[in-house]
Design a protein around this ligand. Structure first.
Ligand code: 5GP
Length: 114
């Protein structure tokens, strides 16, 4: 067995987090180093390391994560405009190898992204 990811340890309540939503399939909590007034991470509880590792069997789960991200942004008062970011791999800045969607809002965002 590999070491549990940081986010599995948050799910297991071994590490504290400001959890804003949880159900049997996903957990969402505020990022410890927020990059916007709203910066929430939405994770499947299943520890898939990154998007490129997802299997066809994960399609429904990942769609659910995306829909929950939108619901959470709306519940936080940012339904009219929010940015979703999913880093895949260390070269683009992924640091926690457990799929998560960054849900960002409350300020403007440039395009193209940095
Ligand atoms: P990544 O760089 O993998 O896309 O995103 C990982 C995110 O996890 C970062 O934005 C980072 O600030 C956040 N993070 C790292 N450690 C912790 C922690 O212990 N608690 C919380 N809530 N967020 C964390």
């Amino acid at each position: 067995m590999s070491e549990p990811t940081l986010f599995e340890r948050i799910i297991a309540r071994e590490i504290p987090a400001d959890i804003v939503y949880e159900d049997e399939r996903v957990i969402a909590f505020r990022d410890i180093n927020p990059q916007a007034p709203m910066h929430i991470l939405v994770c499947p509880k299943k520890p898939i390391p990154k998007v490129a590792d997802a299997a066809a069997a994960d399609d429904e789960l990942l769609g659910y994560v995306l829909r929950k991200a939108g619901e959470i942004a709306t519940a936080e008062g940012h339904g009219e405009g929010f940015r979703l970011v999913v880093n895949n791999g260390a070269p683009v800045g992924q640091t926690v190898f457990h799929i998560h969607v960054h849900v960002l809002g409350g300020r403007g965002f440039g395009w193209p992204p940095g």
